[in-house]
Design a binder for this molecule. Structure first.
Ligand SMILES: CC(C)(COP(=O)(O)OP(=O)(O)OC[C@H]1O[C@@H](n2cnc3c(N)ncnc32)[C@H](O)[C@@H]1OP(=O)(O)O)[C@@H](O)C(=O)NCCC(=O)NCCS
Length: 150
């Protein structure tokens, strides 16, 4: 079973978010966690994916979005990104920004984020206007026999 859970700023992250962050990015808790909302996704009770969102200079920023290597390609990263974008949307975000390695730009652009830094930069800064966030899962779905389409 897949479950999502939010951790408010300053809440302990040791049992959920940090094992994922450590494994994917080699990073620990930092001062940004005192001002970030962290989202964690569990697969059969085990924390396997996480990411965080914080407010800075008129925009919501997303970061540390990662899935344990052995759990990738099961749409868990997509779920984390959607949770974070939903949080931004529900706070009437004017803009959402993040820095992406070049090889994950395609992952973020699926949900409307666009590169805003000059070509060739690494990491690549991406942004989407709050009004352009579209979490409609049907739009990118390739199923043709879904009852929702009738
Ligand atoms: C990027 C990452 C979070 C994706 O997580 P994931 O669970 O493997 O991805 P999902 O299964 O949710 O993929 C959802 C969709 O995005 C696509 N996708 C996944 N990774 C992609 C990538 N690197 N580039 C382009 N598209 C990608 C999938 O093909 C899938 O497409 P579909 O909707 O057409 O089926 C994961 O690979 C990861 O943890 N990478 C290392 C950490 C990192 O670089 N994070 C980003 C910077 S913070």
């Amino acid at each position: 079973m897949v479950q999502g859970k939010w951790f408010e700023p300053g809440q302990p992250l040791e049992d959920a978010v940090l094992p994922v962050r450590r494994s994917v990015f080699g990073r620990e808790r930092d001062s940004l966690d005192d001002e970030s909302w962290n989202a964690c996704v569990y697969l059969d009770g085990r924390p396997v994916a996480a990411g965080r969102i914080w407010w800075k200079e008129d925009a919501f920023w997303l970061g540390d979005i990662g899935v344990l290597e052995e759990c990738r390609n099961q749409r868990l990263g997509d779920l984390v990104l959607r949770l974070l974008l939903f949080k931004a949307q529900s706070h009437a975000a004017r803009e959402v920004r993040l820095f992406s390695p070049p090889d994950t730009v395609g992952f973020f652009s699926r949900l409307g984020l666009e590169a805003v830094s000059p070509a060739g930069t690494d990491p690549i800064e991406m942004a989407v206007a709050g009004s352009a966030i579209d979490l409609d899962t049907c739009k990118s779905c390739r199923k043709t026999n879904c009852p929702n389409r009738r």
